[in-house]
Each structure stands twice: as structure tokens, then as C-alpha cells.
Design a protein around this ligand. Sequence first.
Ligand SMILES: Cc1ncc(COP(=O)(O)O)c(C=O)c1O
Length: 461
Amino acid sequence: MAPVSLASTSLNGGDVTTNGVVYTNGHTVNGHHAVKKPRQDGFGTRAIHVGSEANPETGAVIPPISLSTTYKQSGIGIHKGFEYSRSGNPNRNAFESTLASLEAGGAYGLAFASGSATTATVLQALGPNAHIVSVNDVYGGTFRYIRRVAAENQGLEATFFDLESATDEEIVSAFRDNTKLVWIESPTNPTLRLIDISRIARLAHSHPSKPLVLVDNTFLSPFYSSPLLLGADIVMHSLTKYVNGHSDVVMGALILPAEHGAFAEKLRFLQNAIGAVPSAYDSWLAQRGAKTLHLRMKAHGKNALAVAKALEKEEGVLEVVYPGLPGKTEAARKKNALAWKVLSPHAIKFVGSSPETHATSAPPPEGFPFSGMISVRLRGGKEEAEKFLTSLRLFTLAESLGGVESLAEHPAQMTHGSIPPADRELLGIGDNLVRLSVGVEEEEDLVEDVVQAVRAATGTA
Ligand SMILES: Cc1ncc(COP(=O)(O)O)c(C=O)c1O
């Protein structure tokens, strides 16, 4: 399978564009032939242009939705690249090229019917009797698939670990001869543990079993984090969240770098064999959503930082977990430093840091935008949490996250209700924990809303 290539569009005069990378035409300088230097368009430019070329037949600027399930062949096996819509569809293919371009370091993009279908497909690709190491508070549906489906059906064994606090020795001792994958979610849901992806990738790749490192990048989106640049082998997304961003599509994706062509091919085979494919309409909608990903992620991050800061000042709040905030404990400061260190190249630009000095710079004391998810521990318990959630005016009490509208939920009874209470306690998912997905409404309205709800719920002023 060749990496996604979109050589037909020219964004810079006569230059050639391949998957968002613009190669300037070589010319002679002082008698020497200048080296062709690749120049890459910025994140927002790629979001809008890659995979969205004007229709060559009609000139339509927005790609038409291709609903046909089958495609005419002029002779047996002679066609224009499409045979049957499960194996390939113009809207899905176009969107896959957008995804491969947005996830820095990506060459192959595969879109699935949901984040969960994506998880199922990648775990099936490991074959029978494999072992994986996974972060402990992985998304509940991922945990369920590993424990209740893959364990039973393919003998998959899993070791769950707090990969945030585990030492190098503890992590390495978890690897076995048949360890094929390390599953990272960062930040985790809902406690927002932050995993040092480059450390885990270094440990995994230097172990003889050479497990692949997969990062579920749903919470940060390709805008704030580029796991492939940190050494990960595969990135996965529930596109249902930030990438689509409008709470109206369920979809998932995998993105792999150029060196994993063979594995991408295997995943593509499974995707078709299993039929875990998204519809043309959903692909089209999600591509439309992705065009504003950079604008939305900036607004989510700015609003979340303002909301987190306002909540920190409230007497009714015990703790605000937001990796962009400096934090009050040693652990929170470490998390903040790691969040700063791992910002993607485009997020580094957005937060006003310098690409040249960023790696050695300290995070700003006033905090910085780091996606839109916040977890809050309220003074009190279940009753106060429920009162907070029902006192909110703009934040809707609902599961899910990453849409333009602000949402709030109670993990202990909603998204993480299926986890036994003792395990929830160990993970830090108490009855007083609420999770906020901060949307892109006006900052001051959101701040006013959470402050009044905390005060109403906890009887503070
Ligand atoms: C981090 C994470 N990964 C995967 C999934 C599963 O995605 P989907 O709901 O699109 O199947 C979710 C869903 O909430 C999620 O939050």
C-alpha cells in the first residue's frame, strides 16, 4: 500500500504537493543544483486543502457525497480505482488522506465506523495468544473489548499499569516474549493522567519483543499532540470527539507512519474483511468538521484554561485537574512540565513558544491551553456533584466530549459506572469527581456558569 498521495493539487504555484508536503522546484544557485527542500503547509492549511481538491469534472469546491455502492468497470477489473464501497469510497479515501496529513509523521490513514471498531480491528491484527501492556485507566470500552472480547476470542492477555507513575524497571518487567503492543491513552479518562510517550516508546523499542506503541490521541486531537513524532508506531482516534467536533458523527481512525506500510496493509485488509467502515455521508461530514479543527482546538484550549483557573479559585473546589495549569502539588507540576514538553509543533506555535528553544524552556506560570478536558474534585460527595451538574446552565449534562458545545458528566455513575467501586477508588474516580468538556462558546459565559454552579452545589460564595 503506497502512502496516501495527493500529487494533483498545487497550492504554491508550480510546486508539487504530496500529502500536504510541498516540494519546491529545484533551481541552479551559483552553478550548483539546489537541493530540493521539502516545505510543509501549516496544520490549518492542510486541514482545509488536503483531500479536498475541487472536483475535476464539475469544479465543485466541496467534494460531492458519493453514495454509490458499486462502480462501473469498462472491462473486467478495469475501473477508476473504485469497485465496491466497502473496499474504497471517494469520500472515505479523501478523508483518510486528510487524517494522514493532520497527524504529524503520518503516511497512512484508515477510517472506521467508530472508535470502538478501530480498537477491535487493531487488536484483531495482533493474532492469537498475544500479550499487551496497557495504561490502567484506559477508556472503558477499550477495557471491555480487551477483557470480554479479545481475551475470550483470541486469547489476548493484558497487563494494566499506571504508566504515568511506573518506573522504567516496572514497565520493562511487564514485557513478555509475546508482547506485541503497548496501549497508551494520554491524557487518560477521566483522571487526566499524562503518559510520557517517548519514554514508553524507547523502552518498548529497545526490548527484544519490540512491541508496537499505540497512542489513543482522542483527548488532545492531532492539534495538541503528535505521538508519531514522539516515537509511537500507531495513532488512534475516536473521531466522534474533537476531529469531527460537532457531536453528529460516530467514527474512528488509525494513522501510521511510512515505515509501517506492511502493518497498514494488514489493517486495511481487516477493515475490508470485517466491514468496519464508515458511510460516505459520515466521512464527508467528518471531513467538513476537520477543516476547522485548528480553530476549534485553539478556542477549546483557551476556554478550558480560563474555566480551570476560575474553578481553582473557588472555595467549593478541592482540586482542578488540567495539565495546562501549573498545579499546586509536585505531581501536578510534573504533569504540567510534561504537557508543555510534548506539545505538537503546531501547538508550540499557537502557545507562543519558540520551536528552537521549546524543548528546554519552562512552562509559563500562568498556564497554557492544552485541549478542552478538565476534571474537578468538588468539596463534598455525590450529592454536591449531582447538584453541580444540574445547576449548570450552558454545560449540558451528557456523555461524550469534544463537540463545540460544552458538556459535563459524572464519571462514577456515567462513563465509568461499569468499573467496580473498589477499582474506581484506586483510579481516583470518586463520587465528587466531575468531568467537563469545555466547548467553544464565549469564555466569560462558561466561566460564569461553572462558578455559579459550584457555589450553588457546595453552598459557598
Ligand atoms: C479515549 C476514547 N477512545 C475510544 C473511544 C471509543 O470511540 P467511539 O465512541 O467512537 O466508538 C472513546 C469514546 O468515548 C474514547 O473516549
